[in-house]
Design a protein around this ligand. Structure first.
Ligand code: FO1
Length: 306
């Protein structure tokens, strides 16, 4: 059993590699849900969907989110009616949000709803939300507090970030099966996702971090930062806001209490000894995920390190 911690687009690139290198029934993917929000009255879970669509082979390869060859007819019609259109929900993607919202309203927990959507889309891997309770990332800026999607998509991550909070995290509980799967895993992989807003909330769910510290399984991370910049999204901007160094070393240090090894970029080779001084093995190599060949290769490298 390979247990994988992930956010959305960055992590899904490595998961695309696992799709071709690991038996999908052996994959348990634990997803961030603190990016979730309500729009047009619908419950949107961007990271769960990005991962599910990736595993189903229907993800949009250009954008990294949404469904391949989707249309935006409903969004345009919503715009004509005065609704907000900054979050680009495709027509096929909307079917997922409508179904999720209906099942949640019927009283099913998010983990069950996700299982239903995965089964309907033919995904055999277990895609698990970090918790069934509402947790929401709030980004504090000089212009006010924003939800993650407002900060990231609507405001194009241009605001100066003063702080980041996960509203509701203290009352969250790991979704059913998460703690058990971490303790029984053959290996745990932390994807090259944002350590603050993607992996941070998962680690913040009470009990998850302790389970990682206690498991006998090797815990391996892939750095989302190459030479001080993230290869997907604003991680390098957000890390300093929570006093993490925006580097592969900063990522390793943030996970130091449970991490056994980290894959870093060849360009960051010089950070190896500093990371190893934390008691973490550091392996430098190609970690960019620009093509399917890169994704498969990195998945193989992670598996051999495991
Ligand atoms: N990201 C964008 O940058 N712009 C969008 O309009 C957008 C729409 C969207 C719709 C559905 C979905 O599942 C994801 C979407 N994303 C969009 C991506 C999303 O904001 C990010 O993947 C994550 O929340 C960051 O992990």
């Amino acid at each position: 059993m390979l247990v994988v911690f992930t956010g959305g687009t960055g992590g899904a690139k490595l998961i695309e590699g696992f799709r071709f290198t690991v038996n999908s029934k052996d994959l348990i993917i634990i997803c961030n849900t603190a990016d979730d929000f309500i729009l047009h009255g619908l419950h949107i879970s961007p990271d769960l969907d990005t991962v599910t669509y990736t595993l189903a082979g229907i993800a949009d390869p250009e954008k990294g989110w949404g469904i391949n060859d989707d249309s935006f007819v409903v969004l345009e019609a919503l715009g004509r009616l005065g609704a907000e259109t900054w979050f680009k929900l495709g027509d096929k993607d909307l079917a997922t949000h409508i179904t999720r919202t209906r099942l949640l309203r019927e009283g099913r927990p998010l983990s069950q709803v996700t299982k239903h959507i995965c089964a309907a889309l033919g995904v055999e891997a277990a895609v698990v939300p970090m918790c069934d309770q509402r947790v929401a990332t709030l980004v504090t800026t000089p212009q006010g507090d924003f939800s993650f999607q407002e900060y990231f998509v609507k405001r194009r991550w241009e605001d100066e970030v003063k702080g980041i909070f996960f509203d509701g995290i203290e009352d969250a509980e790991p979704a059913p099966g998460i703690l058990d799967s971490i303790s029984k895993a053959a290996a745990v992989v932390i994807c090259p996702s944002n350590p603050v807003t993607s992996i941070g909330p998962i680690l913040g769910v009470p009990g998850v971090r302790d389970a990682l510290r206690q498991t006998q399984a090797p815990v391996i991370a892939v750095s989302p930062i190459i030479q001080g910049a993230s290869f997907s999204g604003p991680a390098h901007r957000l890390m300093p806001a929570v006093k993490m160094e925006a580097s592969a070393f900063g990522v390793a240090a943030a996970y130091a209490d449970f991490l056994d090894a980290i894959l870093i970029a060849r360009e960051d080779q010089s950070l190896k000894s500093k990371i190893q001084a934390l008691g973490i093995d550091a392996v430098a190599g190609p970690i960019r995920l620009d093509s399917l060949a890169h994704k498969k290769k990195l998945a193989e490298s992670v598996l051999s390190l495991c």
